[in-house]
Ligand binder design. Structure first.
Ligand code: IVH
Length: 653
């Protein structure tokens, strides 16, 4: 790659990224993107002086700061006056028309996230500042650069402040909370807190991992000359920023109200949380004339959506038992209508959360329901306690089978492998998509089969016959044959699916793939340290596998005989050599292709990685070795020429 090609490649990567992150409409595959990205990275490693500011490699989150410094906004960041119903809107309109009757309005979503000010100078993102007190905020430029929907450079050269909201999409929010629960951390109450918390991480890698999204809603200091806000916003979007899922210009109350109703109706289907619609006077000259009160612009108002948070009473806590025996508490609340849906249950996550929030039966609580977000208790109104609240006692026995529970602190577990709830849920899991993906064996069917007494474990699934099925209520010939077919089709599955389907605690899809690749069917005899040596497998996971195998060895073997999962291509454990278990970086051109050398080193048990750090054991260099070699030298990492590497390998024989 030469300089010209490098520039073209960066431009192309940014185009791909724009379509992916801003337009939500990818125009290439991850594979093509990754390949080009690595070529760009490689060029940059050898030509540090050529690195372009807009290169996607400049977003990499590897900056750790020890605190944020303060920075001033060039112009103040305001907040908005709220109205809550049509009456409030009408009053605001009357007030505004008095200032200027010849106006129209621009309507867009009120995003529920954290506000952010981006300063671009000479077309380059130079500062990103949190709202703070409106005058001064915190400088979080490095973190913000990891947000892919924020362009690092724009085609507007005058100094400009672009303002907007950083949000976390609802599905991403659920993903983060699930991970936090697993690691025993407190969950975020809502996507807004999650977004704000993610922005203020000292380690920008964490920010990068949170998949934040930026949605612009206006400008601060600027030299733009558009007459209308709608034109100005179109211009901002054209610079490479994301458009709102819905926006409109309106002439009067009726039109505004219609857009509001539409947005409220559609908001569940949007990826991000909205808490209302913002209405702004569209004529910029009129905006300037109207000016500001002490706190708010007079030309704008937030028309809030009906609450997604409601106060209700906690009536009872019931318990659900999952396939691994984990007992999860669920809150039963006094039925309450939240924006058209009657909510009767809310998740409590786990017993620690009950204690942490001091949730008691009969407490008044705030529950949140929004979009795909499962209703949850976000606050206990302790000041409303009357004395009839009852502290919740952690259960000692399984609510389904009655056996004694194991109390692990955060989690309570039913250890009875025959517990009905565990059995049914593990069969459902066994058949689910990331496991054996058995069509026609969803939760309802599994429950029906279990309750009819025809299956007591996953093994029994493979003893099902047409006669047995036809004897059951609701099983016609076609449905029965289809199910038997799907069960047949599960045979000869990939080995990792087999491991995953066992439902070993802490072992999900990724770990199943790792274990399968490393051990294949030998995983039942793998030792703890062998497992821990695998990337991404920790002690807890390895112990969980050992315990599972200890208890279920026979069943695993029987299942294996029935399913005949495919043995994966396996790498032999390398014999002792200087590269075994070492972290190696390759740089410069060598006598064979990089991939061939990488393969050879991996055969020897080395881990070949792309960048040099203190943890690197060897840098192996060919001709024209560039910055990786220099970096290795400066860090004192051992450098070997290709020949030295080959000599070392030969010595082992
Ligand atoms: S305009 C000139 N528009 O809501 C007024 N704000 O309560 C400045 N927000 O701090 C704000 N979506 O963080 C505006 N479409 C939108 C918004 C929006 C969300 C947030 C913003 C602001 C707060 C004001």
């Amino acid at each position: 790659m030469n300089l010209e090609q490098y520039k073209k490649a960066v431009e192309l990567l940014n185009l791909y990224s724009y379509h992916y992150y801003v337009q939500d409409n990818p125009i290439t595959t991850d594979e093509v993107y990754d390949k080009l990205y690595h070529e760009v990275l490689e060029y940059e490693e050898n030509h540090e002086d050529d690195i372009l500011k807009e290169s996607p490699t400049q977003r990499v989150g590897d900056v750790i700061s020890d605190g944020f410094s303060k920075a001033s906004h060039l112009s103040r960041m305001w907040s908005l006056e709220d109205v809550f119903d049509a009456d409030g809107l009408q009053k605001w309109l009357t007030k505004t028309y008095k200032l200027d009757s010849n106006i129209s309005f621009y309507c867009e979503p009120k995003y529920d996230g954290a506000s952010l000010n981006l300063i671009y100078e000479n077309g380059e993102l130079t500062q990103a500042i949190t709202r703070g007190d409106g005058e001064v905020g915190e400088l979080i430029t490095q973190n913000v650069k990891t947000i892919r929907s924020i362009p690092l450079t724009i085609a507007h050269k005058d100094k400009i402040e672009i303002r907007g909201e950083v949000v976390i999409y609802k599905d991403e929010f659920e993903r983060i909370n699930e991970a936090r629960l697993k690691s025993g951390e407190a969950v975020f109450a809502n996507p807004r807190n999650a977004a704000a918390g993610s922005l203020r991480q000292l380690d920008s890698k964490i920010t990068a991992s949170r998949n934040l999204v930026f949605l612009p809603y206006g400008v601060g200091e600027n030299s733009l000359e558009h007459k209308l806000l709608s034109q100005r916003m179109e211009y901002i979007y054209s610079l490479g920023f994301k458009k709102p899922p819905l926006s409109a210009t309106c002439r009067d109350f009726d039109e505004i109200e219609a857009v509001y109703q539409e947005m409220n109706k559609k908001r569940e289907s949007y990826a991000m949380m909205l808490d209302g619609m913002v209405i702004k006077v569209n004529e910029i000259a009129a905006q300037i004339d109207m000016g500001y009160t002490v706190k708010n612009p007079r030309f704008s108002v937030a028309y809030k959506f009906p609450a997604v948070e409601k106060i209700t009473t906690l009536k009872e806590i019931i318990l659900q038992v999952g396939r691994s025996g984990v007992v999860t508490p669920v809150a039963i609340v006094k039925p309450t209508n939240i924006d058209g849906v009657v909510v009767e249950r809310a998740t409590l996550h786990n017993f620690d959360e009950i204690q942490r929030k001091d949730i008691r039966i009969n407490d008044k609580v705030i529950i949140l329901r929004s979009g795909d977000v499962i209703p949850k208790i976000i606050k206990v109104l302790t000041h409303e306690r009357k004395g009839n609240e009852v502290e919740y006692e952690r259960p000692k026995n399984c609510p389904v089978c009655g056996s004694e529970l194991l109390d692990e602190g955060v989690l309570l577990k039913c250890q009875n492998l025959k517990c009905e709830a565990r059995v049914i849920n593990s069969i459902i899991y066994f058949a689910s998509k990331p496991c054996l993906n058995i069509d026609g064996l969803g939760s309802k069917i599994v429950e029906a089969l279990f309750n009819a007494g025809v299956i007591q474990s996953v093994l029994d699934l493979f003893d099902l016959t047409l006669e047995k099925l036809l004897a059951l209520d609701g099983f016609k010939e076609k449905k029965s044959r289809n199910l038997l077919n799907s069960l047949q089709n599960a045979k000869g599955c990939d080995y990792w699916r087999f491991i995953n389907s066992l439902g070993i605690e802490h072992i999900g899809e990724v770990a199943s793939k790792t274990l399968s690749e490393r051990f294949g069917s030998g995983f039942i005899d793998a030792a703890k340290d062998e497992m821990v040596a695998c990337d991404g497998v920790g002690e807890e996971m390895a112990e969980s596998v050992l315990e599972f195998v200890r208890v279920n060895r026979e069943t695993i073997l029987k299942l294996q005989t029935i399913l005949k999962p495919l043995e994966p291509k396996k790498r032999e454990e390398a014999k002792e050599n200087p590269f075994k278990a070492k972290s190696v970086v390759l740089t410069g051109s060598m006598s064979q292709s990089r991939d061939e050398i990488k393969e050879m080193l991996e055969e020897l048990g080395a881990k070949v990685v792309s960048s040099v750090s203190k943890k690197t054991d060897f840098v192996i260099y060919g001709e024209d070795a560039g910055s990786k070699y220099d970096k290795a030298m400066s860090l004192g990492v051992a450098c070997l020429s290709e020949k030295e590497m080959r000599d070392k390998i030969e010595q082992v024989g």
